[in-house]
Design a protein around this ligand. Structure first.
Ligand SMILES: [Zn+2]
Ligand SMILES: [Zn+2]
Length: 276
């Protein structure tokens, strides 16, 4: 049976004052499930940001995490298990803290873990307040470090899916682009993807950002296909109306690459199913 998935989904926006009691409710879950039915998404899961939970401070104490880590991770997991949603989480790679990330993840029964790179060192590629370009400046240095960390995330064995794989392009023309051919930066990441077997996320969220295109870019995606990678499909929705957003484009993109199957997850077991 052909299936569409949306696994990288947040039950609430990233803005402050979005407390769990307002969003981790049966009514809100039903809004997302209804949106999924309308978009013909059969497999819907949620993946809240790990840094919004107090337990994440055992992993990293970046100021952004300290101000964000307000909620209880176990209450989130328990809530999701009362719904038909798959239970996931979006967890950042924090270099040097792999053991602590593993303890946090292994203590809970997720259906899947989505691994992200948002930060290079203490600076973010997608957050204006901690802007990497302002702090580091050189676009080639930022891209090099970003894709190095992405490779490290793939190889860490901590994650089932590599989120928005070329997030570093999120600002589009709003930030300087690297001078070197981007393929130079994709290469080490693709090698790590091939070696680790981690699933590569095709995310439509880039369509809603200044970048204005899917993650990953066509060039990066082609290299992943050549390397034999498996793909997962998600929207990175932060509100119900974003579930399945831009899927026409994403399906066409995958088919154009010759990809006819996507990943489904349950209790961290992965299967490939027909895309459709
Ligand atoms: Zn993310
Ligand atoms: Zn996300």
């Amino acid at each position: 049976m052909a299936v569409l998935t949306d696994y990288h989904v947040h039950l609430r926006p990233d803005e402050p004052d979005t407390p769990p009691e307002r969003y981790f409710t049966a009514e809100n879950a039903e809004r997302y499930l209804e949106a999924a039915r309308e978009a013909e998404v059969a497999e819907l899961g949620v993946s809240e940001h790990v840094y919004r939970f107090r337990q994440a401070l055992e992993v990293w104490r970046h100021p952004f995490w300290v101000e964000s880590a307000l909620d209880d991770l176990d209450a989130y997991c328990e809530f999701v298990r009362t719904t038909p949603l798959r239970l996931g989480i979006e967890a950042d790679l924090v270099p040097g803290a792999e053991d602590r990330i593993a303890s946090l993840l292994d203590a809970r029964h997720f259906d899947y873990v989505i691994g992200s790179v948002h930060f290079v060192g203490d600076f973010a590629v997608d957050h204006e307040e901690y802007d990497a370009w302002e702090a580091i400046g050189d676009a080639d240095a930022i891209w090099g470090r970003y894709f190095g960390l992405l490779a490290q995330a793939a190889r860490s064995g901590l994650f089932d899916v590599l989120a928005h794989p070329d997030l570093v392009k999120v600002w589009g023309r709003g930030r300087p682009a690297p001078e070197r051919d981007p393929r130079h930066y994709y290469e080490p990441a693709v090698e790590a993807i091939a070696e680790s077997g981690i699933a590569v996320e095709v995310s439509t969220s880039g369509l809603r950002k200044p970048a204005g295109e899917l993650y990953p870019s066509p060039g990066f995606a082609e290299m992943c296909v050549e390397a034999g990678a498996a793909f997962s499909l998600s929207s990175d929705a932060h509100r119900p109306e974003e579930v399945g957003h831009g899927y026409g484009r994403a399906i066409e993109f995958l088919r154009g690459l010759g990809v006819g199957e996507i990943c489904v997850f349950e209790r961290r077991e992965r299967r490939l199913v027909e895309l459709g």
